[in-house]
Design a binder for this molecule. Structure first.
Ligand code: UD1
Ligand code: CA
Length: 461
């Protein structure tokens, strides 16, 4: 028995107009590739085992970058046009009653629109439904030639290069997104020819062929032209990126996230933010970042793949990468949290402090000019200004352990591996090379020498 719906995603093209070696569908908007966005939409309508991505240009890279989604692939051995692409997937697609064709370079289409289009196709018993839009400037898009003034029936899709003078007035454009009843599609697809301006097999030509064979072809206009916007140039890629991020901010604000000057913020579609978080202008939140309720992210901070707990303050200009920050902590301004930084509740990481592979315990503070790398730091520790964990001996990295309640005086260097016991004090300016027992005072510097009148004597010479 035939399965219900198969989805083909056209992604074999090079994207000549982008002037890049990279395949068009691998350009990113909103933090994910164009193709990943299209796959995400497709998955709302079908299982990944029923989604076929048609690939050719940089096929291996395209596969690798989307393998995590679990979709199927069909290789289009030569690039001979959108119609040829569907011919290549004939074997796979023939097992379905209906086929939805999506374009790998049109990532903004909404699942609701596709569902409504499929419904219309069934209601009208159409062989082909074309998702269209009315454009002020139809630019490079194919145009829809309707069969009559009223009703959805379509006579043909006309590519820009073959428009007659009269057809230049047409304002309805082809999105490149279609649904088909499988039987009529494959009954006529072999009649496509390359007798057109590009010498390719155009899927668009199937509309006129179906009409000629007395099958029904209809148009389904999208409510918003943004939805069908494609990416054929880098300017269009940038426009799509702007749009998808605007949608992201709109959705976040609707869910209770405060965003000041959202047009200046760069938030990936993968980011999650709880209500009552506040984002100031010019914030970047990237990758799998999560921001919890009550947190404030101040301007010019860039947070990637990090988890921010509730009521955290990230002051201006912080950079976080793969970090975890617990409830009530305060960061910055200008803190740099590198991968593996785990900041405890109510801890402070201040100005020009760099952390890497560090656990900083509850309420501990490193407020100024410090490097903490490969360190386990307990609760209630005070790390003085200018402290450095010397974690690298030129060959290997070593651990610094600082137990609860330790006070590290300013400008200390802790040469790892080294352990500072609970409640110990490190005198300012110390170079600590040996373990310090709990509650001890350790000093690792030479005693100060004062030579009275030394300057006067030198000058009089
Ligand atoms: C196509 C339509 C045009 C429509 C526009 C919407 C045709 C002939 N024209 O033009 O009517 O207005 O989309 O964006 O279809 N691809 C393949 N194999 C190929 C050629 C293309 O997989 O052999 C893929 C591309 O990677 C791309 C998609 O098909 O994802 C569309 O191809 P593209 O070259 O961008 O078509 P347009 O010129 O935009
Ligand atoms: Ca296109």
């Amino acid at each position: 028995m035939a399965k219900d719906l198969g989805i083909a995603i056209l992604a074999a093209g090079k994207g000549t107009r982008l002037r890049s070696q990279r395949a068009k569908v691998l350009f990113e908007i909103g933090g994910a590739t164009l193709l990943e966005h299209v796959i995400r939409v497709a998955r709302t309508l079908a299982d990944t085992s029923d989604i076929y991505v048609i690939i050719r240009h940089q096929a291996d890279t395209v596969r690798k970058q989307t393998a995590h989604t679990g979709v199927q692939y069909v290789l289009q051995a030569e690039q001979r046009g959108t119609g040829h692409a569907i011919q290549c997937a004939r074997k796979q697609l023939s097992q379905y009653k209906e086929i939805l064709v999506l374009s790998g370079d049109a990532p903004l289409v909404r699942p609701e629109t596709l569902r409504a289009m499929l419904e219309q196709q069934r209601k009208q018993r159409a062989a082909m439904t074309i998702l269209t839009a009315i454009a002020d400037d139809p630019a490079e898009y194919g145009r829809i030639l309707r069969a009559a003034k009223s009703g959805p029936a379509v006579k043909a899709i006309v590519e820009k290069k073959t428009l007659t003078k009269a057809q230049h007035k047409l304002r309805e454009i082809n999105s490149g997104i279609y649904c088909f009843t499988t039987h009529p599609l494959f009954a006529h697809i072999d009649r496509l020819t390359t007798a057109n301006a590009h010498g390719e097999f155009y899927l668009t030509d199937i509309a006129a062929l179906l009409v000629k064979a007395k099958s029904k072809v209809i148009a389904f206009p999208a409510s918003d032209i943004q939805e069908i916007q494609g990416a054929n140039t880098l300017e269009e890629v940038a426009a799509l990126d702007r749009t998808i991020r605007r949608y992201k901010c709109r959705d976040l604000m609707a869910s209770g996230v405060t965003i000041y000057r959202p047009e200046t913020c760069t938030i990936d579609t993968t980011v999650e933010i709880e209500p009552d978080a506040i984002l100031e202008p010019f914030v970047q939140l990237l990758g799998n970042t999560k921001i919890s309720t009550g947190s404030l992210i101040r301007s010019y901070s860039v947070i990637e793949n990090s988890i921010i707990g509730p009521d955290v303050t990230v002051r201006n200009g912080c950079i976080l990468d793969d970090a975890i920050v617990s409830r009530g902590a305060i960061l910055g301004p200008y803190a740099h949290l590198r991968p593996g930084s785990v900041i405890g509740e109510d801890a402070h990481v201040g100005n020009f402090v760099e952390t890497k592979k560090v656990r900083l315990g509850k309420g501990s503070k490193a407020n100024h000019l410090t490097y903490l790398g490969d360190a386990e730091i307990g609760a209630g520790v005070n790390v003085g200004a200018g402290t450095i964990t010397c974690n690298y001996d030129g060959v290997n990295k070593h651990l610094t352990t600082i137990k609860d309640g330790v006070f590290v005086g300013s400008d200390s260097t802790l040469v790892a591996p080294v352990t500072i016991g609970e409640g110990a004090y490190i005198g300012a300016g110390s170079c600590i090379t040996d373990d310090v027992p709990g509650h001890a005072l350790a000093l690792g510097r030479s005693r100060q020498v004062v030579k009275p009148d030394w300057v006067k004597q030198k000058k009089s010479k």
